[in-house]
Design a protein around this ligand. Structure first.
Ligand code: TMP
Length: 203
């Protein structure tokens, strides 16, 4: 039986990484085998690409192609085999992040990302996407307070506002796939909303 593909999305500082462990343990309690992974990254090649993309200034096309190169390797090595084995893949970011960051944030035409997505993963898309939606100013303040901000985290508030707006637009376009969680709430409140969403959406 094919497993389930679940993704976590949100602007930097929205708190999605804080909740990933909670989601994974909740799924495991229900007897699922969970493969927890991330993009860009998740493989040896992908982690090298991640360092490059997060560390070096580059043209948006180079950035996008590298992100999709990491994604292709990740799908080949991790995501597709895990799904084929019936595991639940819990992935921190996927192609929605490219629409949000590269199209929303950096004004790359959507048709470019659509073409690369078709080339890289065809019809494969997450069955459930948990979007942690946080006010951009709050998230930005959290990120700025971190000691070693990466190249994306150093972007200005306007960038994060555009990324957030593009995520919300995607959630409006695909309400059956997206579950939007209010990341401005306290951790316990987000976790009870998450628990309800997981019960409703995947049982
Ligand atoms: P992370 O901090 O959530 O691990 O994500 C790393 C950064 O990579 C984050 O700032 C967003 C960026 N990113 C993109 O710009 N496009 C993408 O497609 C992905 C997956 C991540």
């Amino acid at each position: 039986m094919a497993g389930q593909f679940i993704t976590l999305e949100g602007i930097d500082g929205a708190g999605k990484s804080t909740h990933a462990a909670f989601i994974a343990s909740r799924l495991r309690e229900r007897g699922r085998t969970v493969v927890q992974t991330r993009e860009p990254g998740g493989t040896a090649v992908g982690e090298k690409i991640r360092d490059l993309v997060l560390g070096e200034a580059m043209d948006v096309h180079a950035e996008t192609l590298l992100i999709f190169a990491a994604r292709a390797q990740h799908l080949h090595e991790v995501v597709r085999p895990a799904l084929a084995a019936g595991s639940t893949v819990l992935c921190d970011r996927f192609t929605d992040a490219t629409f949000a960051y590269q199209c929303g944030g950096r004004a790359l035409p959507e048709s470019h990302v659509e073409a690369l997505a078709r080339l890289t993963h065809g019809d494969l898309r997450p069955g459930l996407t948990l979007l942690f939606d946080t006010d951009a100013a709050t998230a930005h303040a959290r990120v700025v307070a971190r000691s070693a901000a990466d190249r994306f985290e150093r972007e200005d508030l306007g960038f994060f506002e555009r990324v957030r707006a593009r995520y919300l637009e995607q959630a409006r376009r695909e309400p059956d796939r997206f579950c939007v969680l209010d990341g401005n709430q306290r951790i316990e409140a987000v976790q009870s909303a998450l628990a309800r969403a997981l019960d409703e959406r995947i049982g």
